[in-house]
Design a protein around this ligand. Structure first.
Ligand SMILES: C[S@@+](CC[C@H](N)C(=O)[O-])C[C@H]1O[C@@H](n2cnc3c(N)ncnc32)[C@H](O)[C@@H]1O
Ligand code: SF4
Length: 379
């Protein structure tokens, strides 16, 4: 067993207002943003987490939310320099910040770049005002286009657009026109998510009318072809990029890499290869509890059970289009495949869900489509 690469996730839990489809740990802002206070908590949280990783180096940082672009460039600069003073960060680390086009003052991206951010992920969702209103977004299409232009002019290495499809009452033609508009902006990375109705959201209690399954299927197939024709390669279920611009941070999650998670409700996964143990951590979820100095930041730290390792490894790994080296399984889990698990993998090959060679497994497009069937053998 060996320790995989290490990433750092930083959670910012506030948004201007909550979108009705979103179940992320985010809260509409009701009072002034406690920017400085929260950053000092994040850095103390990291100070505690440091003990898990001794002198291992972080190879990517993702500042996600919520809406991290509510924070000023100065605040992000202070945060990143605090992080770099606490743990080792690779000089070539990908450092992403999630931004909402409704929260950006002019030239803020240049400030983020000066602060050390080298990749922006912009939550656009749609380029049509009718959908943006239906999704409860705080910006219109023109604001999204302005924000994209700003990001393109800033000194960044990469830039992502988050776009959703399968929106209320969306037709195939409408979804393709949205996707074409996104492609026209030429982002290096495009996350193309199908809208899902999540429990505990207003969309769940009062569901909007979504496209039927046939339309969703056509949107997927035609959209995929459109993206490929435009030079975007799919490398994960919803992840497309120009060659060489995959999100390194997300790749590390799906390759079963390690990550520290700091901030409200953030999750971490840390391997201790010397002791053959993988620990999952969760921080206190609510901002008030998290910033309560009488409580620890850590809510839970649980060792992954031996029996769960295969499922956890394949659940992440089989989302990716790239082949999986068989040696990664033992290297990153410390486990060996049981007879039953090997049998399940053979069966998946017979069902054309998976291809197998001496050294690697490769999920087929059918396997990605029926990922739950593929994984059910490991539950
Ligand atoms: C945490 S949000 C970050 C971006 C930023 N908060 C914003 O919305 O502008 C990450 C992305 O997840 C996607 N997302 C959120 N809820 C979703 C849902 N129910 N179904 C599909 N995608 C969703 C959206 O595309 C969103 O941009
Ligand atoms: S702005 Fe982003 S994180 Fe906030 S509620 Fe909307 S989708 Fe969720």
């Amino acid at each position: 067993m060996r320790n995989p690469p290490l990433s750092l996730y930083i959670h910012i839990p506030w948004c201007v207002q909550k979108c009705p489809y979103c179940d992320f740990n985010s809260h509409g802002l009701k009072s002034a943003l406690p920017e400085q206070e929260y950053i000092s908590h994040l850095l103390s949280d990291l100070e505690h987490d440091k003990t898990y990783v001794s002198n291992r180096q972080v190879t990517s940082i993702f500042i996600g939310g919520g809406t991290p672009s509510l924070f000023s460039a100065d605040a992000i600069g202070k945060l990143l320099s605090g992080v770099k003073n606490t743990i080792a960060v690779s000089p070539t680390a990908e450092i992403t910040l999630e931004a909402n086009p409704g929260t950006l003052e002019s030239a803020r991206f240049n400030g983020y770049a000066e602060a050390g951010v080298n990749r922006i992920s912009m939550g656009v969702q749609s380029f049509q005002n009718v959908h943006l209103t239906g999704l409860g977004r705080i910006h219109d299409a023109q604001q999204a286009l302005n924000a994209i232009l700003q990001a393109q002019n800033a000194p960044l290495n990469s830039f992502n657009i988050d776009l959703m499809h399968g929106l209320p009452q969306q037709s195939l033609a409408n979804a393709m026109s949205d996707l074409t508009k996104a492609i026209d902006q030429s982002p290096a990375h495009l996350s193309w998510y199908q809208l899902t109705i999540e429990p505990n959201t207003p969309f769940y209690s009062k569901p909007p009318e979504l496209p039927d399954d046939d339309t969703l299927w056509d949107i997927q197939a035609k959209g995929h072809a459109l993206l490929e024709d435009a030079g975007y390669q799919q490398y994960e279920i919803s992840g497309y990029s120009k060659p060489g611009f995959q999100c390194q941070h997300n790749l590390n999650y799906w390759r079963f890499g390690d990550y520290l998670g700091i901030g409200c409700g953030a999750h971490g996964k840390i391997t201790d290869a010397d002791n053959g143990r993988i620990t999952r951590t969760v921080k206190v979820k609510h901002p008030r509890g998290y910033m309560d100095i009488t409580r620890p930041y850590l809510d839970k730290a649980v060792a992954v059970e031996q029996d769960d390792l295969a499922f956890e490894f394949f659940m992440n790994r089989f989302r990716l289009v790239e082949p999986c080296p068989k040696s990664d399984f033992a290297d990153f889990t410390g486990a060996t495949l049981t007879e039953e698990q090997q049998q399940a993998l053979h069966q998946a090959v017979e069902q054309a869900l998976l291809q197998e060679s001496a050294h690697q497994w490769q999920v087929t497009p059918k396997g990605r489509r029926y990922l739950n069937t593929l994984l059910s053998a490991f539950v």
